[in-house]
Design a protein around this ligand. Structure first.
Ligand code: FES
Ligand code: FE2
Length: 435
């Protein structure tokens, strides 16, 4: 049996907190202890209900604003069986349309980033302006009924928040800021608009989209799946906060896991953390247990020379992972200097498959030129190119989890308190699909 060393993590006191995202603990929710039926991950019928009651009701993340800076720049992004165009307008705004020609139903664009002055359908050349209205219908006089009464492409709600473009397939959706709730205010402190996008990858994975959300919503698997991280973070003393639909956990970085007895010297991952913050591990005289706070102090004291502005972050945010789930499918690993965002998308027809998007961002030191946008890197099923050690370790579990879930022997998820965010995620799903 594993013995977990007692470890007290010094945290920002929410009562006397002067700046940054609140470190306050959200009120506990009574979620029970029941098993989560595996059919939620494996059944076609449940997948259809999710489409009807979740994907077509919520706000969905489409792209970064700076991916479509000029009028005519657009992102085509797919979600389930639908495809959407997010289009920068002449007036600087962004509008969203279903990616479908109103003549015979052809899709107007393939997934990805592009630019156009007008959309022209590759079948019979119906044309649409950037605002979606018809620009031209060839031989219109041969349509005795005239042009379709819709006037052009079908528009859907679209809004921007914190440098990102969002859309919804629900015409009646609540305002985006309302949907995001308190989580929006929490994340605005990071100023994502000051971070440059550095990586854009999509991988096809053989698991249900929720299996992936789950993997990034609990730290219970760290010890077995990512043993190298035990020399870098506390996977056990993790604060979990459940909100309305969304949730977060706060993972202290810059410390040894309490599952590690002790370390004879500073472990290499902590040395990297120190060096990144501008501390030379060779001349550091404190204890290993004090590294986290030494890094926080150093970053705070030297932010000007680092060319970075941390004035809107609390001290814990300078080291720790404030990790959010924006329901249903966005995991954000937020850090003072970077953001690692995962977008988990369902397969159009197979509950056993999904699309996993990785978007990485880095805070640029003031005055440094904005780098070029990353090109899209697509990893089809079976690709063996690494996504990075930690994500490779997670991915290796997920196909195996999905296969196991389909076994007649397996009834469903048996969850611990360390996996409370998964229980909360399923409560929200249950409330929405009426289950
Ligand atoms: S389907 Fe688009 S022009 Fe005919
Ligand atoms: Fe993991």
């Amino acid at each position: 049996m594993e013995i977990i060393r007692k470890q007290v993590i010094q945290r920002v006191d929410p009562e006397s907190q002067e700046r940054g995202t609140t470190a306050g603990q959200a009120p506990a929710q009574e979620l029970g202890t029941q098993l989560i039926p595996k059919e939620r991950y494996t059944s076609d019928a449940f997948m259809r209900r999710e489409w009807e009651e979740i994907w077509t009701k919520v706000w969905l993340l489409g792209c970064r604003e700076d991916q479509i800076p000029q009028p005519g720049d657009f992102m085509c992004t797919n979600i389930g069986t639908e495809s959407v165009l997010l289009v920068r307008q002449h007036d600087g705004g962004v509008r969203a349309f279903y990616n479908v020609c109103m003549h015979r139903g052809n899709r107007l664009a393939d997934e990805g980033l592009a630019h156009t002055d007008e959309f022209s359908c590759s079948y019979h050349d119906w044309r649409y302006q950037l605002d979606g209205r018809f620009a031209d219908i060839p031989d219109l006089h041969t349509f005795p009924q005239g042009a379709p009464p819709c006037d052009g492409l079908r528009e859907i709600p679209c809004d921007t928040w914190a440098s990102f473009v969002w859309f919804s397939l629900n015409q009646e959706v609540e305002p985006l800021r309302e949907y995001l709730g308190e989580v929006a205010e929490h994340m605005e402190h990071y100023h994502f608009e000051r971070m440059a996008m550095t990586r854009w990858v999509t991988a096809e994975w053989n698991c249900n989209w929720k299996a992936s959300v789950d993997a990034f919503s609990e730290s219970y698997h760290t010890a077995r799946t990512h043993p190298q991280l035990l020399w870098y973070l506390d996977d056990f003393n993790v604060q979990i906060d459940l909100y309305d639909k969304h949730s977060r956990y706060l993972i202290p970085f810059g410390v040894l896991s309490p599952r590690v007895e002790s370390a004879p010297e500073i472990p290499p991952p902590l040395k990297v953390l120190m060096k990144n913050a501008g501390i030379d591990p060779a001349s550091y005289e404190g204890s290993i247990g004090d590294i986290r706070q030494a890094v926080q102090k150093h970053m705070r004291a030297n932010q000007e020379s680092l060319g970075k502005d941390y004035s809107d972050l609390n001290d814990d945010q300078l080291t720790d992972d404030y990790n959010y789930l924006i329901f249903p499918n966005i995991n954000l690993n937020t850090h003072a200097d970077d953001l690692m965002l995962f977008r988990n998308r369902p397969h159009p027809s197979d509950p056993n498959r999904m699309l996993f998007d990785i978007w990485m961002f880095e805070l640029l030191p003031q005055g440094e030129p904005w780098p070029e946008l990353p090109k899209h890197d697509f990893r089809p099923e079976g690709s063996h190119r690494s996504l990075g050690l930690v994500i490779d370790q997670d991915a290796a579990n997920l196909a195996s989890v999905q296969a196991g879930m389909n076994s007649a022997a397996y009834p469903g998820l048996w969850l611990s308190d360390q996996e409370l965010r998964i229980r909360h995620f399923h409560k929200t799903i249950g409330d929405m699909v009426g289950d």
